[in-house]
Design a protein around this ligand. Structure first.
Ligand SMILES: CC(C)(COP(=O)(O)OP(=O)(O)OC[C@H]1O[C@@H](n2cnc3c(N)ncnc32)[C@H](O)[C@@H]1OP(=O)(O)O)[C@@H](O)C(=O)NCCC(=O)NCCS
Length: 129
């Protein structure tokens, strides 16, 4: 499969999941250029999980913090969710800081086994309305 075919397949799966109301995906734009993405996944029973990713050449300029804040406002407002969760690797201090600045609290830290078999310590965060 070519990279384009893989990307098309990912977009198709994401679109189907959005149509089913299971998740929401947004692209973060700067001057109409895509510099990152943010999503709500596992939307169910008033809860969802937030994930975010920024292009490395745009790190440390506040973009992820602003995007997370905007998505929280939408999730707890128009989407009427009660609880947001997030998981980040413990060594990822920038991601933890983005969550903490937006009102998330760490509720647990434990080792997680990744699909390839490696293990990583992850922090689990919650924000309640
Ligand atoms: C995590 C990530 C999204 C952060 O994006 P960003 O736009 O650089 O984040 P912001 O600029 O809004 O905020 C970063 C904060 O972390 C701080 N920070 C950055 N590196 C840090 C480090 N090594 N240790 C401690 N704090 C750090 C910054 O100072 C800033 O905090 P401040 O505003 O109080 O000064 C980005 O690094 C990324 O895409 N990483 C790869 C994907 C990922 O880890 N996603 C999160 C998992 S869901």
């Amino acid at each position: 499969m070519t990279e384009l075919a893989v990307a098309n397949e990912v977009v198709r799966e994401q679109q189907a999941a959005m149509d089913a109301g299971l998740c929401r995906y947004w692209t973060i734009l700067e001057n109409r250029q895509a510099i990152g993405s943010i999503d709500l996944s596992l939307i169910r029973d008033g809860s969802a999980e937030v994930g975010f990713l920024l292009r490395p050449d745009r790190w440390d300029q506040g973009f992820a913090s602003e995007a997370v804040g905007t998505v929280i406002t939408y999730a707890l407002g128009p989407l009427d969710l009660k609880r947001l969760a997030a998981a980040v690797q413990a060594e990822n201090r920038a991601a933890a800081r983005v969550l903490e600045k937006n009102g998330f609290s760490q509720v647990q830290q434990r080792a997680v086994t990744l699909p390839g078999g490696d293990s990583r310590v992850c922090g689990f965060y919650l924000l309640k309305r």
